[in-house]
Ligand binder design. Structure first.
Ligand code: COA
Length: 189
């Protein structure tokens, strides 16, 4: 996805890749200080788990890296929307007027955020998920693929919304909800 932005990708660091990468694998995280010293000042955390992404972002900042936002050239972002640092806005995603997407969030492929929404830091809106107008998604919340949220609804911090669910009322912090309409479940895993 970074290939459709203005960034030049130097490579990936971290655990050895289990499969093909779209960029060169440079080595493990111990390489980061040398990369910074050689002039690579921006880094992106390509990790889906919201708590892990938050932790790794903090580590990058402590080392001195910046974590700019990366917005696909094939996303549509209103000129009045605000995308904060470290956020990915993937191909086909839409961010509507006066919406704010907090730091380190993922707005995945074809996700749609309508007007006046707030998406908290390190939240993840799964592929094809849809927020109607004036929705608030709390910090670290995860919306599974194809989730819908009706207008003026609050999904609390660190909630999980199951794939294909429709949220029609406020969801308290840390709750997992699934289904149409979305109802709380006790998770087995
Ligand atoms: C919600 C979710 C996180 C729950 O996972 P889990 O804790 O492992 O839960 P389980 O699979 O044990 O399911 C618990 C119950 O909820 C039901 N359930 C789980 N996910 C559901 C969903 N999306 N819609 C409706 N019911 C669901 C299960 O059928 C099960 O019901 P039962 O107790 O009657 O058998 C997971 O099912 C899910 O939807 N993840 C989203 C994945 C996704 O979209 N990823 C995108 C990555 S980019």
């Amino acid at each position: 996805m970074l290939a459709t932005t203005n960034f030049v990708v130097r490579g990936c660091v971290g655990d050895p890749p289990g499969g093909p990468l779209q960029a060169d694998y440079l080595g493990d995280d111990d390489l980061l200080p040398a990369l910074l010293a050689s002039g690579t000042t921006a880094a992106f955390v390509a990790v889906g788990d919201n708590r892990v992404r938050q932790r790794l972002t903090g580590q990058l900042h402590a080392l001195g890296f910046g974590t700019p936002a990366a917005v696909s050239g094939r996303a549509i972002v209103s000129p009045t929307a605000r995308i904060e640092a470290g956020t990915f806005v993937m191909h086909g995603a839409t961010v509507g007027p006066y919406s704010v997407v907090g730091a380190g969030a993922i707005i995945n492929t074809n996700a749609s955020i309508d007007h006046d929404c707030t998406v908290g830091a390190f939240a993840h809106l799964g592929p094809g998920s849809t927020l109607a107008g004036t929705v608030e998604i709390g910090q670290g919340a995860f919306l599974g693929v194809g989730t819908s949220v009706i207008p003026e609804t609050i999904v609390g911090a660190w909630c999980t919304v199951g794939a294909g669910s429709t949220v029609i009322g406020n969801v308290p912090e840390g709750t997992t909800v699934v289904g149409v309409p979305a109802r709380p479940i006790r998770r087995k895993s």
